[in-house]
Write a protein that binds this ligand. Sequence first.
Ligand SMILES: Nc1ncnc2c1ncn2[C@@H]1O[C@H](COP(=O)(O)OP(=O)(O)OP(=O)(O)O)[C@@H](O)[C@H]1O
Length: 237
Amino acid sequence: MLELKTVKKHFGALKVIDGVDLTVHRGEVVGILGPNGAGKSTLFNLISGNLKPTGGQIFFKNNDVTTANPWTRTRAGIGRTFQIPKPFGNLSVFENVLVGATQGGGMTISAGRPVANRLLDLCRLSHRATTPAGALPLLDLKRLELAKALALNPALLLLDEIAGGLTDQECGALLEIIMEIQAQDVTIVWIEHVVHALMRVASRLVVLAEGRLIADGAPADVMNDNLVRDLYLGALE
Ligand SMILES: Nc1ncnc2c1ncn2[C@@H]1O[C@H](COP(=O)(O)OP(=O)(O)OP(=O)(O)O)[C@@H](O)[C@H]1O
């Protein structure tokens, strides 16, 4: 589904992504962990095309998308959520999803309407359909972020700290939706600091530190890795 080959992103002298190799197979849920500033969101921006790499190559479904624009990647099947949700605050929840289906997903308005309704249902937002997105509480904002991304009909969904700021109960509600999305043959790569949420769904964990992958494997193995434990306990210099 996705392959990164020696991907680098430098901002001047700052090597934010420093030669990352990563392969994600169809059907996987890959969790990405790493300390603040490790380069996780930058990695997503490289995959979604919001940033261009300094070096390396990115393949999506075996096509080289390294230099492709974000909208080309979107239409090809890469959807994403953003760490800070920024819906159109004056549009209703339904309209926000419809914009995703028509502008991002390329559907006509009449084809997009039932899709938007189905996604509101999936994301437990039907009761908020006519609410202005700017008036939503945090959990519903996160649900809307998911619905908007799904409106693009992605084969690969990138989730950027979607559980951040939620209570345990809210996080459980979001996980239910993510598990349903996973069951619909969507491959997921999920950056998250809420480790217990990742552990519920991830089939694999990778850990990024200072722009490099320092662990990649089964979740239990990665969490027991000494280097990873040291990193999370702050024992590295
Ligand atoms: N456009 C940019 N120009 C210069 N530096 C940048 C730019 N974007 C990100 N950085 C730097 O790259 C580093 C990694 O940032 P990034 O947001 O990818 O980290 P992260 O792992 O997602 O962190 P967090 O967990 O806090 O969200 C940070 O030091 C950040 O300041």
